[in-house]
Design a protein around this ligand. Sequence first.
Ligand code: A3P
Length: 314
Amino acid sequence: MPQAFKDLFSSLPSEEDWITASFRLYQGFWLSSRLFKGILTCQNHFQAHPSDILLVTSPKSGTTWLKAILFALLNRAKYSANSQRRHPLLTQNSHDLVPFLELNLYLGQENPDLTAIASPRLFATHMPYSLLPQSVRDSNCKLVYLCRNPKDTFVSMWHFANRMRPEEKGQIPIQEGLNKFCRGVSVCGPYWDHVLGYHKASLDMPEKVLFMMYEQMKVDPHVHVRRLADFLGCPFSKEELRDGTVEGILKMCSFDNMSALEVNKCGKLWTGAETKWFFRRGEVGDWVNYMSSEMGERIDGVMEEKLHGSGLKL
Ligand code: A3P
């Protein structure tokens, strides 16, 4: 990390993170040193194109799933999900097909080669709205935000952190994770400020920011994938609606199909994380299997207070 970044990072308020290092509070959000470096480099160097599409999530909100759906949706003329044979999603994890700006492209370099990426370029990010590069906010590029209910997000985060923790550290007690989450201390947290930033942007600029919910996608994926295609300016044609293109994409990207693929059972990502860690249960309401109702009420109470007046209920 450049010395100036290091000096700034070490001057910021710190908290122990969920794994082995520390988070620092930068402009209201908790960041690891990797995220901090990637975000600042991206802010300084990324030039958004008006046709770019950015998938934005708070970690563990269903990024892996929506990356796959977006990739399949945007590349449907080239790769048919129905004739599943040649589709890149069958041999590559969606994180390898749709890079994160700050965690892949701008992590170790100021000017990654983006020339090979066909238009519309599809990227992902966990950056809070207020930390997005200015060019993203100024250009006509589109942002798709996926939000997930905080109790399931928290439980998914807790499981994931435990997998990432070195064995000798043992598991992080769920109560300790909950205390951190409820104080806003999580990757790119506070969770509620991350969500609120994009929720407000989606109300102010509905043509630029689409706000989606994991739970709604689970209940009626057909409707929401069509909504996504309309928003991105690539609506499904009548013929595609007749010939099962939507169903093909949804089936290919389903939890059951994706989690059974060899690449998602045995692969590893550049971070060292195993691809199977991104496919745990993929269900709504799984939090009840790990948290008491009092713990659930604690998250509900925090959300009620923090989201008050926003019109958003999670
Ligand atoms: P659980 O831990 O609750 O199972 P992210 O991709 O943002 O890291 O989020 C991971 C969560 O999304 C995990 O939740 C994972 O199981 C779920 N997930 C992954 N692929 C999915 C899919 N195809 N459909 C639904 N949920 C999926």
